[in-house]
Design a protein around this ligand. Structure first.
Ligand SMILES: Nc1ncnc2c1ncn2[C@@H]1O[C@H](COP(=O)(O)OP(=O)(O)OP(=O)(O)O)[C@@H](O)[C@H]1O
Ligand SMILES: [Mg+2]
Length: 662
């Protein structure tokens, strides 16, 4: 049965089309998407010389009839769209009918395909866009497309290709993305000497994460409780049709523990209806979810899968189909933020001593190593199975799949080229990425045994999932340096930074009081007269109302001075000036307008910092007990409002291991 049709010109013109082939990875992307759209269960990608000599994608999807196979190479020939209306509700990854003709134009392409309902298959050859040969052939059902000598007829573009290693890395990264989005399908990626990825179908996303990134990654992540909710419109949006009320948004995925910090957004993967996208709105929601949990300017690793009705999202906005537009964007934003925040609060993941000890280097490790250099971190043994933070996956824009989002919107996607690596690329190799040795077969789990390893290990994998750490019932033993409380409970030995712990407690208390309109304030014995700079005056006037709701009583005294009559309870008189200038100057540095929530959080964070007990302060047992107890009751005991860790835990297991008892 013939499926493909040529789109009428009026429909074709509505498509955000563009150049789709920039490098081997773009070919792989288009062929993978076609295979997935054809319902394939197993997809094999074979490459030679980083994909420039050969890319072969073999699928067991529905295949094509003889006529369709020929039609597929016409521009705007697609089986996935019929009318302009179909563009409003795209359920497939492809829809433009552009990829195959574009790839055929710049390579030697061989298509071998058989529709499962037909006895005979078809073999079609193109060279530089010209049809060279069409023959019937005995073939298995499904489709194999071999793309040889990419850009052989476009030398200018060939010149722009990077080393084979880099190009292969981009391909590996791409296959990784699609494998994550489709855990129920098998993905294989090979070179003539190596199997780089081989993931058998997995039941759960967690299993797929484990297959691709290893156990450590799972330990560094917390799973989102699968959440779904009917779409709500903002009040300003038109009333919903009754039939629309049923439309739901579902979110699943993983997000990193606060102690896992990345220097850029390359560890963030967002999928909307299984399409990998770079979306500013969702990036913002992730950023908001980590507000007052992560320090500014570092980023989490997040895998996010959003599922929604196809007509809730417009995918026809970017030539490479990497950006989308949501119909009800505010709802999508808030729901995503809350789902991530909730996951973090439920898990309350605490940094372990080992992780924290390695923090600077592990942080360094997650930085893109300059080509030819090696990872410098000496503390964490780099595991063969890499964690996401160390999984060197190139930025989307690097593989020509994303335009840099953000210089305008403040979401500056770092375009530092992270080097690609799938789990089998050796991290321990003394040779750095970019050298051939980095692609040497992994000494640990040889590719062929990967599936076997996984089968053996997978039953153990869920057990390694992070569990809520038991910060409750801590018994203080004393202080180190009058600054860090040493405590124990059944889970192990804990060190608590007394200043940031108290800061977290006060921050949450202050915010809650502010929301309830009940911030307590404390009058100064003598009003404090402050000279403000003209900029500080401007900012102060803007936030005066919010400041008084936060327990400040500040009155103007002439053009440049103010009299501080009261400050939030707990702030010492001699801290009041510092606190006020910190708030005003902090806001001055914000170049964009901030939301009222952000403003409140900033005021609460500064107030908490100035009211909290300091380091170098001896505490008696009762005070320590009180603090540990109050900390255990907070939503986010793991980090302070500025994102620094509050507690470290040396688990009983780690202690036993260190003493060689296990
Ligand atoms: N692996 C495959 N299995 C079955 N049919 C395929 C396969 N690859 C391509 N086709 C058919 O060929 C048509 C053209 O493919 P092509 O990739 O050029 O366009 P598209 O997928 O429709 O849109 P886009 O340009 O957005 O990818 C598809 O619509 C599909 O019907
Ligand atoms: Mg396609």
């Amino acid at each position: 049965m013939s499926r493909i049709r040529i789109l009428p010109e009026a429909v074709a013109n509505k498509i955000a089309a563009g150049e789709v082939v920039e490098r081997p990875a773009s070919v792989v992307k288009e062929l993978l998407e076609n295979a997935l759209d054809a319902g394939a269960k197993t997809i094999r990608v074979e490459t030679e010389s980083g994909g420039r000599r050969m890319i072969r994608v073999i699928d067991d999807g529905h295949g094509m009839t003889h006529d369709d196979a020929l039609l597929a190479f016409e521009r705007h020939a697609t089986s996935k769209l019929r009318t302009a209306d179909d563009l409003l509700s795209i359920a497939t990854l492809g829809f433009r009918g552009e990829a195959l003709p574009t790839i055929a134009a710049v390579s030697r392409l061989l298509l071998e395909t058989r529709d499962a309902a037909e006895d005979e298959g078809t073999r079609i050859e193109f060279a530089g866009g010209k049809l060279v040969n069409v023959k019937p052939a005995g073939l298995p059902a499904g489709t194999t497309i071999s793309v040889a000598d990419l850009f052989y007829c476009v030398p200018a573009r060939r010149k722009f290709l990077k080393s084979d290693t880099t190009e292969l890395g981009h391909i590996a990264s791409l296959v990784t993305h699609y494998a994550l989005a489709n855990p129920d399908k098998q993905f294989v990626l090979t070179t003539p000497t190596q199997t780089i990825i081989d993931c058998p179908p997995a039941e759960k996303l967690a299993d797929r994460v484990y297959q691709l990134f290893g156990r450590q990654a799972l330990e560094e992540l917390v799973e989102l409780q699968p959440a779904s909710a009917p779409f709500r419109s903002a009040i300003t949006e038109p009333e919903l049709e009754p039939s629309e009320e049923k439309a739901t948004l579902t979110i699943t995925g993983f997000t990193s523990r606060p102690d896992i910090q990345r220097p850029n957004r390359n560890g963030i993967y967002i999928f909307v209806n299984r399409r990998l996208v770079r979306d500013r709105l969702i990036l913002h929601a992730i950023h908001e979810a980590y507000r007052n949990i992560l320090p500014p300017n570092v980023f989490p690793a997040t895998l996010l899968f959003l599922e929604m009705p196809y007509d809730e999202v417009d995918v026809n906005v970017h030539p490479a189909k990497i950006e989308v537009r949501f119909r009800r964007s505010q709802f999508v934003h808030d729901f995503t933020r809350d789902a991530i925040r909730q996951a973090l609060m439920n898990a309350r993941p605490i940094a372990s001593f080992a992780a924290a000890a390695a923090a600077p280097s592990s942080f360094g490790n997650s930085m893109p190593p300059a080509n030819g250099t090696t990872f410098s971190g000496g503390i964490t043994p780099a595991p063969a199975e890499s964690g996401i933070p160390r999984a060197m996956i190139p930025a989307l824009e690097e593989i020509g799949l994303g335009s840099g989002v953000g210089s305008d919107g403040g979401f500056d996607l770092s375009n530092a080229p992270l080097q690609p690596v799938a789990q089998r690329f050796s991290f321990e190799s003394s040779a750095g990425f970019g050298s051939a040795a980095a692609l040497a077969p992994d000494p640990a789990p040889p590719a062929a045994t990967w599936a076997a390893n996984f089968a053996a290990a997978s039953s153990a994998a869920p057990a390694s999932l992070p569990h809520p750490d038991q910060i409750a019932d801590l018994k203080p033993l004393g202080q180190v340096s009058s600054s860090f409380i040493i405590a124990v409970n059944g889970d192990g030995l804990w060190i608590v930074d007394q200043h940031v712990a108290h800061e977290r407690v006060l921050f949450e208390q202050h915010l809650a009081a502010r929301r309830a309109g009940k911030v307590e304030s404390q009058r100064m014995l003598m009003p404090l007269i402050l000279e403000l700079s003209p900029r500080q005056i401007v900012i102060f006037e803007k936030i005066a109302e919010e400041m008084s709701a936060n327990g400040f009583e500040v009155e103007p005294m002439g053009p440049r001075s103010v009299a501080v009559q009261a400050v939030p309870a707990g702030v010492a008189t001699n801290d009041a000036e510092k606190l006020l200038t910190e708030i005003l100057d902090g806001l001055d540095r914000e170049n964009a307008a901030i939301s009222i929530e952000t403003l409140q959080a900033k005021i609460a964070a500064s107030t908490a910092c100035h009211a909290a007990i300091k380091v170098n302060m001896p505490l008696d047992n009762t005070k320590m007990e009180w603090l540990l107890d109050a900390l255990a009751k907070t939503d986010c005991p793991m980090s302070c409002p500025h994102g620094r860790p509050v507690v470290l835990r040396y688990s009983v297991k780690e202690i036993e291991r260190a003493f060689h008892r296990i």
